[in-house]
Design a protein around this ligand. Structure first.
Ligand SMILES: [Zn+2]
Ligand SMILES: [Zn+2]
Length: 411
C-alpha cells in the first residue's frame, strides 16, 4: 500500500469517515495505491486468469498451475487455476503469511468439492423435512442481548435489530429441519466464489491470531474490520420492503415491531425474516457443509458470526476485478477487498478516478481538488438517470444518494 501525503482520513458530520485533501491536488495526481487484503477469481475465469496479477490470457490457459492435480478424472475448478508466470506464483506464496497459501488452496478445494457434490445431486434429492422439532433445541423463549423483555422487538432500533438477527441465525443453523431443507441446494457460482473470498479472510484472521506478526508487512484481519458493516441496515431495508409488499408480513410486523414470542421457535421466527436474509443463511450453510466435509483438517475457526463479520463487509465494499482495467466493455474476472480504499465515499460526480493496475487499485485526481475538499469515487457506473442511480445505490450499498449531482437532478 502506498498512501501519499495528499490525503487524510477525517470525520465529516452526517457522512462518517472520509478521505480529504491535505493540500491542493492537481488533476492527474496519484493519491493512493491500494493492495487488496483478499481476492478471488471467479470460477468462470479461473483457467485463464493469473491468481496474483489478474492478467487474463484468454483463450490461452495460465502457464503455471496453482495446484498439481493427482487425479485427472476429478477436475475441480480450482485445479484449473494458476499464474501467468513463476514470478507471480512465488509472489502469491511469499506475500501470504506462512503456510497460509496452502490453507487457502485447500479451502478452495473444499468449496469446489461441496459444489460438485451438490451439482451431481441436483434435481435428484428432494430435501427431507426432518421430524425434529426445533423447539427441542431452543427450550422456550431466550432473551438475548439487545432483545427487550417487553412485548415487542423494535427492528428500527439498531441494538434490538442486531439481537433479533443474531437469534435468527442461531436458530437457523441449529434447526435440523431448516438445515435438511437447505443442505442440497446448489448455490450460484457467484456465491461459491464469495465463500472462497470469505474463507481467505478467516484464514488471515487465524494467522493474525496465532502467528508472531512482528516482521510481517501483510495486511491484518483487523484492517478488514475497519470496513463498513451493513448487516443491520441490510436487514432493516429488506424487512421494510417485506412488510410493504407482503400482506401477512404487514399484519405481523406493523411499524417494524415484532412480538417477543417470535423468537420462541424457528417456525414462528422465520416469518419475521426477509427472504434475502434467508438466502444469506443458505450461503453460510453451504460454506459450513463444505468445511465439515473437507478432506484436509480445518485449523482455522469459522462460525456464522465470523462468516457474517466478513460477508456484510464484503457485500458493500468489494471491488470488481475488471479486464481491461480501464476502457469499454470490460469483463468481470473476480473481486478484491481493499481496506484502505473504504474511506472514499461515493459521489455521482466523483473527483477521483480509480483503475486496476495488476493486483492494485490506483486512485487518481480527475480534476483539480482544493485543500480540505472530500475525495470521492463512483460506486459503479453513474451513467443512469437520477432515479435509477439512487435505486441501484440503495439496493447494492444501502444508502440513498444525497450527492450534489443527485440533489440538483432530482429537483
Ligand atoms: Zn501474473
Ligand atoms: Zn448521487
Amino acid at each position: 500500500m502506498h498512501r501519499t501525503n495528499t490525503l487524510k482520513v477525517t470525520s465529516i458530520s452526517g457522512r462518517g469517515r472520509a478521505y480529504c485533501a491535505t493540500r491542493h491536488i492537481t488533476k492527474g495526481t496519484t493519491v493512493l495505491i491500494s493492495e487488496p487484503i483478499a481476492t478471488v477469481v471467479s470460477q468462470e475465469w479461473l483457467p485463464e486468469t493469473c491468481l496474483w496479477c489478474f492478467h487474463c490470457s484468454y483463450p490461452r490457459r495460465n502457464k503455471v498451475k496453482a495446484i498439481l492435480t493427482q487425479d485427472n478424472k476429478r477436475k475441480l475448478p480450482s485445479e484449473t487455476a494458476g499464474f501467468c508466470s513463476e514470478t507471480c506464483k512465488n509472489l502469491a506464496i511469499t506475500n501470504h503469511r506462512c503456510e497460509e497459501w496452502d490453507t487457502v488452496v485447500n479451502a478452495y478445494i473444499a468449496i469446489d468439492d461441496e459444489y460438485r457434490l451438490r451439482e451431481q445431486h441436483e434435481g435428484l434429492a428432494t430435501p427431507a423435512t426432518s421430524e425434529v422439532d426445533s423447539n427441542d433445541y431452543f427450550g422456550g423463549n431466550v432473551t438475548r442481548q439487545g432483545q427487550q423483555a417487553g412485548n415487542t422487538i423494535d427492528l428500527n432500533d439498531e441494538a434490538q435489530a442486531e439481537g433479533w438477527i443474531d437469534t435468527v441465525w442461531d436458530m437457523a443453523v441449529n434447526s435440523p429441519a431448516f438445515l435438511a431443507s437447505k443442505n442440497s441446494i446448489l448455490p450460484d457460482t457467484y456465491k461459491a466464489d464469495m465463500c472462497k473470498l470469505i474463507a481467505s479472510c478467516l484464514i488471515r484472521k487465524h494467522h493474525c491470531d496465532t502467528a508472531d506478526n512482528d516482521n510481517l508487512h501483510i495486511q491484518s484481519y483487523s484492517s478488514l474490520m475497519q470496513m463498513q458493516y451493513n448487516e443491520i441496515s441490510r436487514f432493516q431495508s429488506h424487512f421494510k420492503k417485506m412488510i410493504l409488499t407482503d400482506e401477512l408480513a404487514h399484519e405481523l410486523a406493523k411499524d417494524m415491531k415484532i412480538p417477543t414470542h417470535a423468537g420462541q421457535d424457528f417456525d414462528t421466527a422465520i416469518q419475521y425474516v426477509p427472504e434475502e436474509i434467508l438466502a444469506d443463511i443458505e450461503m453460510y450453510i453451504f460454506f459450513a457443509s463444505a468445511f465439515e466435509k473437507s478432506k484436509t483438517p480445518i485449523e482455522w475457526a469459522y462460525d456464522h458470526r465470523l462468516f457474517r463479520q466478513v460477508l456484510y463487509r464484503e457485500m458493500s465494499n468489494s471491488f470488481g476485478i475488471w479486464d481491461p482495467p480501464e476502457g469499454s466493455e470490460p469483463e468481470l474476472l473476480g473481486w478484491a477487498l481493499h481496506p484502505v480504499a473504504v474511506y472514499f465515499n461515493h459521489s455521482c460526480a466523483p473527483n477521483i478516478r480509480k483503475f486496476r493496475q495488476g493486483r492494485n487499485m490506483v486512485f487518481i485526481a480527475d480534476q483539480d481538488i482544493e485543500d480540505g475538499q472530500e475525495l470521492c469515487i463512483a460506486y459503479g457506473s453513474v451513467e443512469e438517470k437520477v432515479q435509477a442511480r439512487r435505486a441501484r445505490l440503495s439496493e447494492h450499498y444501502s444508502f440513498w444518494c444525497q450527492c450534489t449531482r443527485c440533489c440538483q437532478e432530482s429537483t
